[in-house]
Write a protein that binds this ligand. Sequence first.
Ligand code: URA
Length: 433
Amino acid sequence: MRIYDIISKKRHGLSLSKEEIEFAVNGYVRGDIPDYQMSALLMAICINSMNEEETAILTKTMMNSGDVLDLSRFSNLTVDKHSTGGVGDKTTLIVAPIAASLGCKVAKMSGRGLGFTGGTVDKLEAISGYNTSLSVEDFFSQVEKIGIAVIGQTGNLAPADKKIYALRDVTATIDSVPLIASSIMSKKLAAGSSSIVLDVKCGSGAFMKDRAGAISLAEAMVKIGRSFGRRVRAVITNMDAPLGVCVGNSLEICEAVDVLKGRGDKKLTSLCLTLAANMVSLSFDIPYEEAYKKAVLSLESGKAFEKMLEWVSYQGGDVRPIKDTSLLPLAKHKVEVKSDFDGYVCRIDAEKIGLASMSLGAGRAKKDDKIDFGAGIVLKVGVSDKVSRGDVLAVAYASDKSLFDGAEKLIKEAFTFSDKKPEEKELILDTIS
Ligand code: URA
């Protein structure tokens, strides 16, 4: 078999066999196939796509390139959730304790962020003492005892995806439904949960800019999961504006606590209840409506918040800043960003807010950059709010005052105004099951 012939076959729009896909992926991971040939193959896939069978084979090959966790001891109650990424997305911090408080087993490996803001693991590290790198034995034992553990992804989970993703990132080959679907699902399947809820973002701050693209990505992932015998549901959600009001690590922990205490942003709360209800519905095989009622009750009764305290404490974290969020680290300088216009807010560009938050120190521009947990942005107005010139749009936090100039400009650019009150867009657009 020659990689040249495999590239040529895909370039002419033909389907690849199992042997050909395995030859390409495993050869690339071993270093036998150079970057330039793998890049050519990835580009041919971007242009001519892959059918369902090829996508499932690619997923399986990447999944089997590293560790595959066996969670069968938790008898089908394990549930994972994945979001295709977004600015201000702190949903894991909220849905994981809700689902665990209702009996699900949440054994979750989360990522660090690159760009925009930190990932879930970075946010959790804003809590002093929280251990994001438990051994596999301790991870399992914690899930067994309290139903929840969230750690960083081990280096050996789908290493083929890691290498291919890094290449895609620099060769303009991210943007392909079979490549994104197989990349995400190879890691989710290797992480071992029986049920998987996918939050597929759609809009300016997401990979998928329109609803049709988000639906095809969601359908591809649900089909892959099913072909591996997992229960999978995808919720398609709007990502035109940042999620919730806080962007930044400590700030997002604080907002997650607010939601768990029943005083959080309404849209964020509603999305979290939807995701948690889907997790509970899949795990216990009960109707969504019944699961939704349970999720609401868990939040209202304080059970979900109690579960968060138990989880953080079990994983070595200091619970004092969870009980009193004023104790979370917050950068010492702040600036109020004020409106230069009168009118209704008709758009808050998620990408620009993400970039602003990164420039304040809340995200990484390069892999090894250090995150400032206390940096970030709190939005003071939302889409469709009326503002006057001089009103505060957002408050920016940074440890170094010189970072405010660039960030303030980006925050102002993120806001678009109009004379007429815009129609509010729904946050939850579709469910694919
Ligand atoms: N996230 C992933 O893990 N992979 C992709 O290809 C895109 C987003």
